[in-house]
Ligand binder design. Structure first.
Ligand code: ADP
Ligand code: ADP
Length: 229
């Protein structure tokens, strides 16, 4: 089963210019951990934003979990995203006036999951991510690595078909970066489908089953890790 299907997807900002991404056809199957690498400006964030439904392609079709999302309106997209896509991007900021536990529970409550079920899921994720002792703390008191984990927990609270992470170790020191790397590896082992954008080849190698490389918006390499997939 394919979790992501891009069919002839291209993105242009200038109708006459060359696309900043694509045209690109790409499928990502259930359980794959895809790393997207490439130099700055190569289109990595654009690709992630299209898959997240945060941006619309100029051409082509974007399917996530079997649903075509590039024609959905804002409201339908927001609902779809909350249910099916976990987004751990740096600009998806945590809410500073909610506790860690409340931040993690929030997307579940917004989709109508009951309070107790949401609380139980948040507990389970905090335990899995090793942030349980911070449950009642406010995000402002945590380190960068801990905040990153809270962001990942929040992204996973609704059991998304797909987890998207943009430079998940980018703002972290090397110890915290290692923790996040281990976390992504664990999630992949547990069967979570994920796409992570990184310009760090070591991160891609450590936690991805497949790596695609973009240069000037075009796919120049698509490789599977040995023994995986
Ligand atoms: P990466 O994530 O690999 O650094 P991006 O996807 O952010 O690359 O950007 C790809 C190209 O698209 C770059 O040349 C960038 O300058 C351009 N770009 C990104 N966003 C916009 C925008 N909103 N308007 C115009 N050009 C943009
Ligand atoms: P990243 O490497 O994560 O893509 P960038 O510095 O390339 O970070 O881009 C940061 C933000 O600026 C992105 O949201 C991107 O869409 C926007 N951006 C990048 N290039 C341009 C551009 N030429 N014009 C307008 N917006 C841009």
């Amino acid at each position: 089963r394919q979790v992501i299907e891009l069919e002839g997807v291209a993105k242009r900002y200038d109708s006459t210019g060359t696309p900043v991404l694509g045209p690109l056809t790409l499928s990502v199957g259930q359980g794959e951990a895809l790393a997207v690498t490439g130099p700055s400006g190569s289109g990595k964030s654009t690709l992630l934003n299209l898959v997240a439904g945060l941006d619309k392609p100029t051409e082509g079709a974007v399917f996530v979990a079997g649903r075509r999302i590039d024609r959905l309106g804002e409201h339908a997209l927001a609902t779809f995203r909350r249910r099916h896509i976990g987004i751990a991007f740096q600009f998806f900021n945590l809410l500073d006036d909610l506790t860690v536990a409340d931040n993690i529970r929030l997307p579940a409550q917004l989709t109508g999951v009951g309070r107790r079920k949401a609380a139980a899921r948040a507990e389970e994720l905090m335990e899995m991510l090793g942030i349980q002792r911070h449950a009642r703390a406010y995000p402002g008191r945590l380190s960068g690595g801990e905040r990153q984990r809270v962001g990942v927990a929040r992204a996973l609270v609704n059991w998304p078909a797909l987890l998207l992470a943009d430079e998940p170790t980018g703002a972290l020191d090397s110890a915290a970066g290692h923790d996040v790397r281990d976390l992504l590896t664990d999630l992949h082992r547990a069967g979570q489908t994920l796409v992570l954008v990184t310009h760090d080849p070591a991160l891609a190698e450590a936690c991805a089953s497949r790596t695609i490389h973009l240069v000037d918006g075009r796919l120049t390499r698509d490789t599977c890790a040995r023994g995986v997939r």
